[in-house]
Write a protein that binds this ligand. Structure first.
Ligand code: SME
Length: 153
């Protein structure tokens, strides 16, 4: 199955699985697990939360991650500071990239917003292969993230 078709199927599966209402953490844990296990080029998949100015790791799947990301450094903070999704085909060409695991080669970051539209977290996906993410990943990951019910944080 091609990438588009696979995302379409996973989007349906996630929308049927995640509970409705204020269960954002459950939804994030489920999204991490499904994406990590079903997308074979995903090497790490999870969330980082903004908490009192820090970016702290949330639900994730994959190798052990950095617990706190140094402020305004790396891809996750770039997504927050630019207020948009970030696609990095080769992390070695991204100044300040934070390598929690040296095997990561490419990365996508998608903002997660609360009801006011402010970023409260990011979805971060890493691959151990270069150039595997493209606009299809960004579009579908944004759609999957929009399944999380906005929360007040
Ligand atoms: N590479 C990220 C850090 C998080 S890990 O990839 C899990 C960054 O540069 O923000």
């Amino acid at each position: 199955m091609n990438k588009e078709g696979r995302y379409e199927r996973l989007h349906k599966q996630i929308s049927e699985l995640i509970p409705k209402g204020d269960h954002s953490i459950s939804a994030m844990a489920t999204i991490s697990s499904i994406l990590y296990h079903k997308m074979e080029y995903f090497f790490w998949c999870g969330f980082y939360f903004l908490d009192k100015g820090d970016l702290k790791v949330g639900p994730y799947q994959g190798p052990v991650a950095c617990q706190i990301l140094e402020k305004d450094k790396g891809v996750c903070w770039a997504g927050i500071n630019k207020n948009e999704s970030i696609l990095v085909p080769d992390v070695h060409n991204f100044p300040g990239h934070i390598a929690c695991d040296g095997r990561s080669q490419s990365e996508v970051v998608i903002p997660v917003r609360n009801v006011e539209g402010n970023i409260i977290a990011v979805l971060d996906v890493d691959s151990d292969k270069k150039d595997v993410f493209d606009e299809t990943d960004v579009v579908w990951l944004e759609k999957i993230i929009s399944l999380i019910e906005p929360i007040h944080l």
